[in-house]
Every structure is written in structure tokens, then in C-alpha cells.
Design a protein around this ligand. Structure first.
Ligand code: IMP
Length: 430
């Protein structure tokens, strides 16, 4: 039995879809445990078909694998329907998708408030995806949330939506000068949408617990990334859930002792979408170079990603807070053809060297990178399938990343294709 958690080690968009797809072939279950349709995973199949998934676990593309949307996820029912429809059109079997009865629903007022509150914040905006994620999690904690199980009881659903709207409409009308929303219409729409997926609602905690008892293999698929975690990230420029490994237990209902490995997904350079500090960000031609070469455009929002060199301080931090046992280093091919490749090994904060994350957010805002220059390589590495085939300088780069990040690099991505991966250690085999 193995239960592997897959975590983004930076600010999201590290290439988790490719990693899930790689290991997804050998597991029985793939589970989403937090976030919602703010995520976007692009998976390229051997026949070149591209799939963008926002809510449904990437394991859906592998025949025979069961997929779970766990209790920690927030679900927009309209998005769920669209995604299921898209998969049906491509003849992907979705019969083994289970949805936790305890997951929370993103309602139209969450989306409305997300968008309007960002506009209201002006320069101080978070740069959210505008999908209602934060407001849905706020309601969960405020105990005003609507859960998937409420779809099974229309009168409870109506009561909950009405109670929430009593407050939300005041906020929309009185604070943001918008129109209020109609509870009856929302309830009718959601109930109609639910007809198409009601049969998938289940006690996913029990299903997963039983799977562990049977010795099956489970992949817990994190979205976003460590630095976007509401507790461990660059608060307040974070998402509203816990993408880090601890969140995997909470958001799936599996106890922490069932987790057997934590795989961090680490891009060979760094990107970020939305606002917030980013010490190695490049606002010159090199940032543009990484963006173009790496195709750094958001899958969910189409926004251009901010780009910068590899930051080992962040990677070390991710290793620590997630208990990362192994790394999948993605997009190494993007760094080919550079004379030298800088790695940030520490920060300078107001004249003081910091090898680890500064104590305060202000410190992180003032951090300037201290770089080490690694010699580059000019060979095309996209065809390499073993570590020894990589040019010596690319090997040295990977070794340095591994040393500074304090966890072994077990897989290396050398291109977007499913087969463009070098497997150094088999994580599932231990
Ligand atoms: P929210 O998750 O939509 O509330 O957005 C909060 C912050 O997280 C913003 O900076 C978003 O750009 C960022 N974010 C949310 N989801 C992702 C993702 O999947 N990849 C990268 N950034 C994300």
C-alpha cells in the first residue's frame, strides 16, 4: 500500500498535472483534497491530445482509476457539469468519480463577491482567479456554507441559501452597490445541475479508508502550491485553503499516518500568478525569455505568469513544511541554451544574509536574491530518458538543486509530453 501526496513546492503551476498523470497510471485512486476550479492542470496524452482539468482529478484520464473530489474541495456545480460534459465528448469514462458529501459548494454569490471585492481593493488586490474560492471558504469557516449533501435535501438547501443571502445581499447592495441575488432562482438552478451528478455523492472518507485497508495505492493531488497556502504561504497573497501536505489529511479524511510519501513538484525556475512578493522575479528580457520558452500562461485565467530564476530558499522551506521525501523537477528543458543559469541560494534583507525564509512578511518583501551562477548547456535535452544522457552541466544543475532543496530529485521533466520524463528513483516503490 502507498499513499502519496503530490504538492506544488512553489507558487503553483509547477507541472503537477504531468506528474499526476505519470504516477496516476500505477495507483488505484486519485484524490483532490483542497482548492477548486482556481486550479488548472494541462495533461498531454501520447496521441498529442491536450486536456485542461480544473476540478476533476487528472486520474480520470487513466482507465480503471477511481477519482475523488474530497471534503476539502470547494465545488462550483456549473463548472463540474461543463467539465464532465467535455470529458464525455472525448469518450473519457467518468463513471468512477466520487464526490464527498461534505465538500462545500461555490454559489453564484461567492463568485460575485470575489470579483467585486477585488475591484474594491484596487492596488491592494490579491489577484484572485475570480472563481469564488475565497468567499466559499470564508462561508465554510463562518458556518454559513452550503455543502454537497444539501443537494439531497431541497428544503435544507433552500434554508441555507436564504440564510446566506440575507447577509450576502446586504454586502452586495450596501457595500458594493450591486444588485442582490434571488435565493429561489439559485436553488432551482443548483438542484437542476445536481441531477447530473447526484449519484456520485458518497462517503469518500469511508471509501478511501477501506481502500487503505485493502492495501490499494492512493495519490492525493494538491493544487496551487506551498507558498499559496493560507498558513504557510506569502499571506495575504495566498489562496484560502491548505495545499501543503497537512491539508491532504484534513481534506481527504485519511489520517496522517496513512501517508507514505510526499512528492514535491518543483519547476526548474520559478513562476507566480497574481499579486505578492517574489524575490527572484525578472522584470527584464530574461523574464520574458522564460515566459516565452516555458509557455507561462495561466491554464485557468489566461494570465501571463511572472517568471524568475530558481529559488532554493523557497524549495528548502517547502521540503520542511511538507515533509517532502522526493522532488519531481519539471521543465528543465526550458533552461537549455543559456550561458549560465543563476540559482538563488539565500536572500539579502536590509544588508543581512538569510539562508532561510525571513521571519516577517516585510522581510520577505525586502528580500533580494543572492545568486550562484551555474554553467549552462546548449544541447536539446527533450529526448533524454536517463540521467546519464543529460549534458554534464544539466546534471550539475540538478545535483545542486537537490543539495540546496534537501530532498532527492526522483524525476525530471524534459518536455511537455507524457513520455518526456527521466525517472531517477521510483517513488511508489519506496
Ligand atoms: P484564489 O485561489 O482564486 O483565491 O486566488 C488567490 C491567489 O492564488 C492568487 O494570487 C491566484 O493567482 C493564486 N492561485 C490560485 N490558484 C492558482 C493556481 O492553480 N496556480 C497558480 N496560482 C494560483
Amino acid at each position: 500500500m502507498s499513499v502519496m501526496v503530490l504538492i506544488g513546492a512553489q507558487w503553483g503551476d509547477e507541472g503537477k498535472g504531468k506528474a499526476t498523470d505519470l504516477y496516476g497510471e500505477r495507483v488505484n485512486w486519485v484524490v483532490r483534497y483542497q482548492g477548486g476550479n482556481n486550479a488548472g492542470h494541462t495533461v498531454v496524452l501520447p496521441d498529442g491530445q491536450k486536456f485542461a482539468l480544473h476540478l476533476i482529478p487528472s486520474g480520470i484520464l487513466t482507465p480503471g482509476v477511481s477519482n475523488v473530489i474530497g471534503n476539502g474541495v470547494v465545488i462550483d456545480p456549473g463548472v463540474l457539469l461543463t467539465e464532465l460534459g467535455g470529458l464525455d465528448e472525448r469518450n473519457v469514462d467518468t463513471s468512477r468519480l466520487f464526490i464527498s458529501a461534505d465538500a462545500h459548494l461555490i454559489m453564484p454569490y461567492h463568485v460575485a463577491i470575489d470579483k467585486v471585492s477585488e475591484r474594491y481593493l484596487g492596488k491592494a488586490k490579491i489577484g484572485t482567479t475570480g472563481r469564488g474560492i475565497g468567499p466559499a471558504y470564508q462561508d465554510k469557516v463562518a458556518r454559513l456554507g452550503v455543502r454537497v449533501q444539501d443537494l439531497l435535501d431541497p428544503s435544507i438547501l433552500a434554508q441555507k441559501v436564504e440564510a446566506a443571502l440575507d447577509i450576502k445581499n446586504q454586502i452586495l447592495v450596501k457595500i458594493y452597490n450591486r444588485k442582490g441575488l434571488d435565493a429561489g432562482r439559485i436553488v432551482d438552478t443548483v438542484l437542476e445541475q445536481a441531477e447530473a451528478f447526484k449519484h456520485r455523492i458518497s462517503d469518500t472518507r469511508l471509501e478511501l479508508g477501506e481502500a487503505v485497508r485493502r492495501g490499494e495505492h492512493i495519490l492525493l493531488e494538491g493544487s496551487q502550491g506551498t507558498l499559496l497556502d493560507v498558513d504557510h504561504g506569502t499571506y495575504p497573497y495566498v489562496t484560502s485553503s491548505n495545499p501543503t501536505a497537512g491539508g491532504a489529511a484534513v481534506g481527504s479524511g485519511l489520517g496522517p499516518t496513512s501517508i507514505t510519501s510526499v512528492l514535491g513538484i518543483l519547476k526548474a525556475y520559478t513562476t507566480r500568478v497574481g499579486s505578492g512578493p517574489f524575490p527572484t522575479e525578472l522584470e527584464d528580457q530574461w523574464g520574458e525569455y522564460l515566459r516565452k520558452t516555458g509557455g507561462e500562461i495561466g491554464v485557468t485565467t489566461g494570465r501571463l505568469r511572472r517568471c524568475g530564476w530558481f529559488d532554493a530558499v523557497i524549495a528548502r522551506y517547502a521540503t520542511r513544511v511538507n515533509g517532502i521525501t522526493d522532488y519531481f523537477l519539471t521543465k528543465l528543458d526550458v533552461l537549455s541554451s543559456l550561458e549560465t543559469v543563476p540559482i538563488c541560494v539565500a536572500y539579502d534583507v536590509d544588508g543581512q544574509r538569510h539562508d532561510e525564509m525571513p521571519l516577517t512578511q516585510t522581510g520577505f518583501h525586502h528580500a533580494t536574491p543572492i545568486y550562484e551562477e551555474m554553467p549552462g548547456w546548449f544541447e536539446d535535452i527533450s529526448h533524454c530518458r536517463s540521467f546519464s544522457e543529460l549534458p554534464a552541466n544539466a546534471q550539475a544543475y540538478v545535483n545542486r538543486v537537490e543539495e540546496l532543496s534537501q530532498a532527492r530529485v526522483s524525476a525530471i521533466g524534459v518536455g511537455p509530453g507524457r513520455d518526456q520524463t527521466i525517472v531517477v528513483h521510483d517513488v511508489l516503490a519506496g
